[in-house]
Design a protein around this ligand. Sequence first.
Ligand SMILES: [Zn+2]
Length: 214
Amino acid sequence: MGPPGVGKGTYAAMLSQAFGIPHVSSGELLRREVASGTDLGRLVSKYMAQGELVPDSLVNRVLFERLSKPDCRRGFVLDGYPRTLSQAEALEATFPLDLAILLTAPLEVVVERLAGRLYCPACGEVYHEKWRPPARPGVCDKCGHALIKRADDAPEVVARRYSEYLSSSKALAEFYERRGKLFVFDASGDARVLCPRLVEKIEELLRGKEVVKL
Ligand SMILES: [Zn+2]
């Protein structure tokens, strides 16, 4: 969990690699379900096309189907889910988590990260003006298309999303805190430096708990 721009996707990918378990991103999963045209996917796309929030019950179904696959038997890293208290309750009843990691970073850090982001609308590659600039300014290295910025990444929009996140996620954090599963991690530095520390910390927290479900 964490506000937009804190690096959830980056950390989830690194943790997935470090522990050898799948990275399950709810956004990607829902998009894939829609693209595959299954009954579930058609239902999801109806909500998405109308610009509506996909109901929790439907999101849960898509997620639980994924978490039931054999590659998740030893564990998984969730990214972008659960987002609501009702999702968390359903998840805890079906696939109880070992840990809920809340990544934090001050607003200024998040604004700097997101304001420099550049996207390729053709192939989906993401760049950063400061940390991952394209070889030729404004042009995608992979496909040569012109890069764009997203309106969502403008500092004033990020500030609004950040405060919205803080108020909406409080109940979720408390839900895991009450169960002794919440771990808060300061993610305001460089993820490549911080991630090995997070891995160590997780190993320490899980030691003694029955985590490897073979
Ligand atoms: Zn491209």
